[in-house]
Design a protein around this ligand. Structure first.
Ligand code: B12
Ligand code: SF4
Length: 498
């Protein structure tokens, strides 16, 4: 049986968004589910890296039996467009979607051209879907075959809907096969985190034991965290031909014993990769020796939500961290030459002074790369449940944490002018962090990444012209905030990525 899995593309060339200049990750959701069905012919198309005409061409010439796609909230409409195209070109193919957005907001996909909505972890359920579909001759297949599957929300032939709740999580991550990275071999070298390129993407755990009210990870994974064993992580790292690896875990740094064991295995097996990941500042602050040890076995960057300069706001987000942890974490990372990427939030109720105070705080903190976002109630979060009625729009293109989707205290133009003023902290932070002493500590990394610097700088300068121009934000929301706030059909979007 032929299965086509599609990573959707962004809407417009150089739109505001991380994957253009900061971080383009492998479509691990798709390689992970593909690994479950090695007996079938599977193709993955990453539409961020393909010309728009490739998708209809592959559909019409290859005639897949199943077309699957994935979406986080910002990709919601692009994913819909993929499946609508599939229904037009291969009407008898099963169309399915999975990922964070549909898990938290399945109703977005209650349309004729989406047959199945996978809610939660995909591997086990995907295999069941494929088994049922492939066991029936093509001419006899109907969506009645999807009836009764746990975790699937399915459109049945009689017009009714089977709602199967959340999917079963695999009891152990080690029991799942390694993601089928060979299916994206054609894109080798095109995934990156800033100058770290070519970069592989792996995960080593799923879930988070915290419960921040602006994040739905803990709900997605039912408040449980599962871990890959150190040996399996080492096997997967060793199998990557790329020198750089991003470990995608939302909260990689949770258990000291696991990380000690990983460091030991990487040392013993002499696995030399430069790797980056995500972790909380309080863990870093509490474990300086461990961070030093991880740096010795390749830890090169940590992305952390430092969030805010206001302790009350930190508590209000239920972050359960402190400003003191932020300060100590930034210092420990710098001491070890680990590049700290700090995510911060401005709130829609900010006045001029609040912006300035936050930016002063970031400058003083000493993270290497600050990224300032706008507090956004994402579907499925507690914040969404609480503030949904306040939203100015449910047009998910604007839910990229770069647009204010709730009313701002300042007039919107003023708000965005103040927002883009974080440009100054980006510059000073980088200048302060990347001094000669810090860079010399990790010179092999810089030497390896050096050839990528010119390209990265050109890319960033081009992008920053849009990113730090307040008019970009007003232009993006024009006709959306006002019109969509009144309700109305979802926007028509094209598949164009370039
Ligand atoms: C890498 C990453 C990115 C990459 C791109 C991801 C990609 N697809 O290539 C980049 C850097 C671009 C990115 C950007 C953003 N991201 Co991001 N990102 C991630 C991260 C860390 C890893 C994604 C991943 O590969 N996971 C591993 C795979 C195995 O898990 P998965 O995707 O959930 O897939 C499983 C299931 O969902 C399901 N499944 C998924 N798709 C499909 C399809 C089918 C057919 C089936 C059957 C099953 C299935 O099965 C899979 C295996 O179990 C996740 C966190 C996370 N834990 O997932 C956040 C996450 C997806 N990002 C998030 C957010 C908020 C963003 C941003 C909006 C903001 C930001 N500052 O990060 C931006 C927006 C980008 C934009 N365009 O403006 C949120 C999404 C919330 C939401 N409601 O959508 C997440 C969950 C982080 C979080 N803590 O909340 N991100
Ligand atoms: S923001 Fe980070 S720490 Fe908080 S729940 Fe999400 S993943 Fe966990």
């Amino acid at each position: 049986m032929r299965i086509l899995l599609v990573q959707p593309a962004p809407f417009e060339e150089r739109r505001l968004g991380l994957e253009n200049t900061v971080w383009r990750s492998e479509p691990v959701s798709l390689t992970s589910i593909a690994a479950m069905v090695p007996e079938h012919e599977v193709r993955i198309l990453d539409m961020r890296l393909e010309k728009p005409n490739v998708l209809p061409e592959v559909m019409s010439t290859w005639r897949p039996d199943i077309v699957g796609t994935t979406a986080m909230t910002t990709d919601a409409y692009q994913a819909q467009a993929v499946l609508r195209l599939a229904r037009q070109i291969v009407p008898d193919a099963l169309t399915i979607i999975g990922g964070h957005h549909c898990t938290m907001n399945a109703e977005s996909y209650y349309v004729d051209w989406v047959d199945g909505i996978v809610k939660g972890e995909g591997e086990l359920l995907f295999k069941e879907i494929v088994d049922r579909w492939s066991a029936t001759p093509r001419a006899e297949r109907t969506t009645a075959l999807l009836d009764g599957l746990q975790g699937l929300d399915a459109r049945l032939p009689d017009g009714t809907r089977w709602r199967g709740g959340k999917a079963k999580n695999a009891p152990s991550l080690d029991a799942l096969p390694a993601p089928a990275r060979h299916l994206i071999e054609q894109y080798h070298g095109q995934y990156f985190f800033l100058a770290a390129k070519p970069m592989a993407s792996l995960f080593t755990s799923r879930g988070c034991s915290f419960d921040c009210n602006f994040c739905a990870i803990w709900e997605f994974y039912d408040r449980r965290t599962r871990f890959l064993s150190a040996d399996v992580i080492a096997d997967r790292m060793a199998a990557c031909t790329e020198p750089f690896i991003f470990l995608l875990d939302d909260n990689f740094m949770t258990r000291v014993d696991r990380l000690e064991r990983l460091a030991t295995v990487l040392e013993e097996r002499k696995i030399k990769k430069f790797w980056m990941t995500q972790g909380r500042s309080d863990f870093i602050a509490a474990n300086p020796e461990l961070i030093a040890r991880l740096a010795k076995v390749g830890l090169m960057g940590v992305l952390s939500g430092y969030e805010t300069n206001d302790p009350d706001a930190l508590a209000g987000l239920r972050k359960r961290s402190t400003l003191d942890s932020n300060t100590r974490a930034a210092k420990i990372l710098k001491e070890n030459g680990v590049i700290s990427t700090g995510i911060f939030m401005v709130r829609p109720d900010f006045e001029e002074k609040d912006f300035a105070d936050l930016y002063d705080y970031i400058e003083a903190l000493g993270v290497a790369i600050p990224l300032v976002t706008i507090l956004t109630p994402l579907p499925g979060t507690e914040m969404w449940k609480k503030h949904r009625q306040d939203l100015l729009t449910e047009d998910f293109r604007l839910f990229d944490l770069l647009h204010a989707v709730t009313p701002t205290r300042l007039p919107r133009e003023e708000f965005y002018k103040n927002y883009v003023a974080w440009k100054r902290v980006g510059r000073t932070s980088m200048r302060n962090f990347f001094d000669r002493k810090t860079m010399l500590k990790r010179w092999p990394f810089y030497l390896r990444a050096l050839p990528n610097f010119p390209g990265m700088v050109v890319n960033r300068v081009r992008y920053q012209r849009i990113q730090f121009d307040y008019r970009s934000y007003l232009r993006d929301e024009a006709g959306i905030i006002s019109e969509r706030a009144q309700g109305g059909p979802p926007p028509e979007v094209s598949l164009a990525s370039k």
